[in-house]
Design a protein around this ligand. Sequence first.
Ligand code: FHN
Length: 653
Amino acid sequence: MPTQDQRMQWWREARFGMFIHWGLYAIPAGAWRGNTDYGEWIRDSARIPVDVYERFQPQWNPTAFDADAWARLAAAAGMKYLVITSKHHDGFCLFDSAQTTWDVGGTPNPRDLLGELAAACRRHGVVFCTYHSIMDWHHPDYLPRRPWEAATRPADGADFERFERYLHAQVGEVIERYRPGVMWFDGEWESTWNHDRGLRLFELCRRLAPTMLVNNRVDVHRGGMGGFSASSEAVGDFATPEQEIPATGLPGVDWESCMTMNDHWGWNAADPDWKSATTLLRNLVDIASKGGNYLLNIGPRADGSFPPQAVERLQRIAAWMRSNGDAIHGTTASVFDTLPFGRCTVRAGEAASTLYLHVFDWPATGRITLPGLANTVTRAFVLGDPANVLSVAATADGVGIRLPAQPADDIDTVIAVELLGRPVVYRAPVLTADAEQFVHANVVTMAAGEGLEVRYTLDGQQPLAGSPRADGPVRLTATTTVRAAAFHQARRVSEVVSRTFTRVEPLPPCKVLPAAAGLRREQFVVDWTSIPDQHDGGSAATSTVVTGIGFQQNPGEHVAQRYLGFVEVPQDELYRFALRSDDGSKLWIDGELVVDNDGLHGSTEKSGVIALAKGPHALELVWFNRTGGADLGLRWATPGQPFAPLPAAVLKH
Ligand code: FHN
């Protein structure tokens, strides 16, 4: 059995893959009864009954499908793996399955598309992988039914245990027949799927293909589109943020951002919203600089051809890859926090390393600085042009590099910087405080890397070797700008960090003296994907008084709650409110938006601060759940104190 590092190695080095969403849904091409904004969800979104949708099966005839062309294009663009939908949510199998006739075997053109593509991928050095949906809108045993067809497609006799066996059998077929490098599950969020089922499916994959990777959507702990699993029991080899790039990577966590080229995964003939090659390429670089992989999607047309807009973009990426592939493949995350000119990827070694500086914005000064870099630089040059060595100078802020007059590529010019040893970067000190605001006093701690000391000023001046040394927390009682830097043997070795901490007046209490205990809670039916600015609650289905925020029982799907009343704060202080919810939520105090945790997501918590004077302050909290799990909770804390739920005694209306 390989170690996890051995299993992950090819995938970590790949950094870039092609996603392909292809199936019967490409035939309507996103259009149905006058609406042209559908994609691979068309059967559900357009409420197409199964028997009507099944009429697409005899129309399946991908005469233009050319596996070699697909694989060649992926390889040229530097896409080291390719993930194609063996089955999407509509349940249609892009392979001839022994388990069903709802597959390409039941069409006039039963070509073994996946077999042809797997062979072509092998010829072009691309790892063939498959996407397989757990959710299945066709199999009679899959539950839940789509709400809109529950009456016309009753679930009588449906047996989810039998569906799970069907799912295992098909996953087994795909693995045995095509040996995918990754089994990319999806559609795991509905109430019938759970951790135990996910674990069984993961173990099946591991048993059948010990070196095959399985994404975290085999299990149920993915936190919504953010894609990272919050639970320690979660299984899966990598996290799967979708249509987004995490602000920073997570050291030690493997993750892959999957994204569309326009606004649809499946082919939509009317979708004009194609991302530029600049956006796509800079997404790849940004993701690689954070230690992640980029899975970029194409939705082929029904005939098996790629949209020309997609081909054009991949060809532009391929042109860049020819000179710069080494700056992506086999690299690891940046050693710098942020760079004003672009990004950095790294190829680190014990004796020598290379930094790849991706210059997006060519600086008017003609110079770039690598903050805090402590290594000896042996050479710097534009990647692909090693003969023209660039001038390099060590400064107090780090290493300065003089650039050529013009960029080599207007999307991303890569500067290779060769170093002795593994990269060593002296980071600016980390300043920690409860918040940027305070009512009475604020305590700031300053920390730098091992073997370094922090020197700081409180008057906005540049810290020098003779400035005060931060040997412990510093207490502020007035608005102050703290500037700090790391020093080594009386020499500044990092950038200067600067933060202003502001003393604020607390908001006065409401003049209204609420009498009754608890908050008023309204609950109403909604069809939200986020909290609208104006919502009158519509038909407030129920209105009641509650002693706290949250619920014991899941209030259900397509539901919203609004909590109205007052919170009695015990003292003049800065209060941090932590709002946890699935799906979205917002909290206002005295009409100010304190926490915005809106959107469709799993259970996540966000916090915000507000300075309040002793006494009652108006509270409004709105939460909604679209589908699946539901969660809501509110905690608070004052500086230096632990978070705790709001006691019932402080809630009034
Ligand atoms: O519902 C699917 C969607 O159709 C598409 O397959 C994306 C790609 O990751 N995944 C799900 C939405 O999160």
